[in-house]
Design a protein around this ligand. Sequence first.
Ligand SMILES: [Zn+2]
Length: 254
Amino acid sequence: MSNLLLEEMTWPEVRDALASGTDTVVIPVASIEQHGHHLAELTDVLLGVNAACELARRLEHALVAPAIRPGLSEHHMAMPGTLTLRPETFRMLVEDYVACYTQHGFRTIILMASHGGNIATLDRMADTLDAQYPSVRVIAAPEVPTNAELNTLTAELGLPEGVNGGHADDRETSEMLHLAPQHVRMDSARPGFTGRVTPEKRQEFFEKGVLAFSDVGPVGDPRGATATRGEWYIAHTAERLARDVMAKLERGNG
Ligand SMILES: [Zn+2]
């Protein structure tokens, strides 16, 4: 099957896919939020849908749901255009997606965050939903790469420390240059916070918001991004993510 996007299929195509055993759905849970002076606010939507397709292709028997576009982005609200959902709206939206796909016969549902602010909530929700629907597996895809892994990747690539903090950084910008260059303004690219991002720093970012770190927006430095490296980041993280998801599906949630 070439097209994995559920919203671009007809209902008989979805019915036939289910009948032939395609019973896994990946739900990209993204954000509409500031991504510095150089990336459009839909960045996490495009990167998330692409990563979900890469995952679905590797899992086989899997399709990709329409992205949940706004997420939990309170920490980016200082910059205009950012949308954030109330936690209960976010939760109900994810619950409704899962209820619909369960009703139609999907048996494995993967909640996949493409935005850091969604991760903790999705992790908790996956456990609850998995218990709520005994005949369906609901898991949250693990975060790939984590900030620690990003630091290692950055060193392996021989890039300066601090270019990849996880937001509108070298990786996100490179991936966008590869996938959707029309949404990148490299002439306007400016660095944001380029200190080391530890789990504590990240928590501080969620709590204090972006302005406590940078009045530009990125966590990282996007100025050296390239489309070629974007393609590499995508392939590298897709392999890792697929391995981790398969392991998690075999192991169970607990
Ligand atoms: Zn992003």
